[in-house]
Ligand binder design. Structure first.
Ligand SMILES: [Zn+2]
Length: 61
């Protein structure tokens, strides 16, 4: 399982999401960025930033 914690990108945000593939994580994070952080334009480097912070949950736990 893959895990993304929004706090690694937006300090102070406790939101996180899990999925079994990175594409699904990116999709959910982009949605969260729009709804919670007002990021209406998702730039290419934002997707790279998200991907760089997705971790294997087994390594975290
Ligand atoms: Zn957030």
């Amino acid at each position: 399982m893959r895990l993304f914690e929004c706090g690694s990108l937006v300090p102070g945000c406790a939101w996180h999401t899990r999925a079994d593939n990175d594409a699904e994580i990116v999709r959910r994070v982009v949605e969260h960025m729009r709804e919670t952080h007002g990021e209406t334009v998702i730039r290419e480097n934002m997707v790279d930033n998200i991907k760089a912070r997705i971790v294997d949950e087994t390594k975290v736990a």
